[in-house]
Design a protein around this ligand. Structure first.
Ligand code: APR
Ligand code: PHB
Length: 390
């Protein structure tokens, strides 16, 4: 097979880029290791910054998001016996976020690819990029007993943290930065009305908790747990009891509980790989960087990569201008690191650290006290949470 852009990975990053390129007549193929059912069964985060929402609309995939997604103009932080509100709209100069599940968003992107007869190959085994440093790279994959070869001009590594793309960059070229947190988030999805119309992030001495949602009938809750905990250790009852302990009494009293329809533990990790380009391979999204979920930056960091890559490829194909591709890595990384900083800051401020001394706890309290006493501090939080400009 032959195409202009071969995209490895059919998650939100790969599908979004495929859709945007297709709309401009740039030929591309998406190779996804899993079945579509599998991809759409993964429960992921649910807060979209306005820039990501705009990209969905540009990709002609924003209709259901605009109909079913909820605009949130603020969120709450429970701490030290208080429940304070961050007015995102006020402090970001009129911006907001959209609460819309990543699983739904991925479904919309797949439907758009189908509608336009985009080529998305599922169950592609042993995907392998080749000759990336040359002008004629190609990608192979296995379909049963057959090895299929795709010749292309550019390879996009949008295959997530465990993908093959980043691993194809020679060791001497790639530099990886990683910070692993000593805890995870135990998440529960339940068909219940959310406890609050806005998200509640809770700092508590027993550990962090988060009340989120997918819709007015579907709630998503999380509690911080040690890495040694297993999902099997947590019955639904134990989860709800622990969540209630970490929430302000009046919130806990109105929490509606129900059977979990999904329950999983995700370890918290920060990771960046530099550079994001090697020859004609370009990394995007989770393939190049991971954030802990505390600042809701994961998908949103992927969005700016896709935006920069899309415009760089467009400039190359429409005007023969390669400067966007030349500058892609530096430009993408500058924003990626700001999302890293913000996620680290939110995580550090709100979690209980096993090694922390009384001095650290005092600083956490002071960080929150300062935040809610300073319009400038709230402005900085809001600006980052709704998404820094691309
Ligand atoms: N070959 C082909 N596809 C692969 C391979 C491979 N070797 N390895 C992984 N994949 C696929 C995965 O099955 C997955 O569907 O690549 C896709 C990558 O998707 P995501 O992990 O969702 O990454 P991305 O599209 O960058 O989306 C970023 O996802 O993990 C969240 O917090 C993250 O919200 C952010 C978003
Ligand atoms: C979620 O709804 O899954 C969610 C929301 C906000 C976060 C992290 C996760 O910061």
């Amino acid at each position: 097979m032959k195409t202009s852009v071969c995209i490895i990975g059919g998650g939100p990053s790969g599908l979004m880029l495929s859709q945007l390129l297709h709309l401009k007549g740039i030929d591309n193929i998406v190779l996804e290791r899993q079945s579509r059912e599998y991809v759409l069964s993964r429960i992921r985060a649910g807060v979209l910054e306005h820039g990501f929402a705009a990209l969905m609309r540009e990709a002609q995939c924003g209709e259901r998001m605009d109909r079913e997604g909820e605009i949130h103009e603020g969120f709450l932080i429970a701490h030290d016996g208080r429940l304070d509100r961050v007015d995102l709209h006020k402090y970001s100069g009129g911006s907001s976020v959209v609460v819309y599940g990543q699983t739904e968003l991925t479904r919309d992107l797949y439907e758009a690819r189908d509608r336009m007869k985009g080529v998305v190959i599922h169950n592609a085994e042993d995907v392998q990029p080749h000759d990336l440093a040359s002008a004629t790279p190609y990608v192979t994959y296995r379909d049963g007993d057959e090895i299929v070869r795709i010749d292309c001009e550019f390879v996009i590594g949008a295959d997530g943290f465990h993908g093959v793309s980043r691993k194809s960059i020679p060791k001497g070229v790639l530099r990886e930065y990683e910070k692993v947190y000593p805890f995870g988030w135990l998440g529960v999805l339940s068909r219940t009305k959310p406890v609050s119309p806005e998200l509640i992030y809770a700092r508590h001495e027993r550990g962090f908790a988060l009340c989120s949602m997918r819709s007015q009938v579907l709630s998503r809750y999380y509690i911080q747990v040690p890495l040694t905990d297993k999902v099997e250790d947590w019955s639904d009852d134990a989860f709800w009891a622990e969540l209630k302990r970490r929430l302000p009494a009046e919130v806990a009293a109105r929490l509606i509980t129900g059977p979990s329809i999904e329950k999983s533990i995700a370890p918290l990790r920060s990771f960046v790989a530099e550079p994001m380009r090697y020859g004609n391979l370009f990394l995007a999204g989770d393939a190049a960087h991971i954030v802990p979920p505390t600042g809701a930056r994961g998908l949103n960091s992927a969005a700016s990569d896709i935006y920069y890559l899309y415009h760089a490829l467009l400039a190359h194909y429409e005007r023969g201008d390669g400067s966007g591709l030349e500058n892609y890595s530096a430009k993408a990384l500058a924003r990626v690191w700001k999302a890293q900083r913000f996620s680290w800051w939110m995580t550090t401020m709100l979690h209980t650290f096993p090694e922390s001394i009384d001095y650290d706890k005092k600083l956490q309290e002071t960080e929150l006290a300062y935040l809610f006493s300073s319009e400038r501090a709230l402005g900085s939080l809001a600006e980052n949470y709704v998404g820094l400009p691309f």
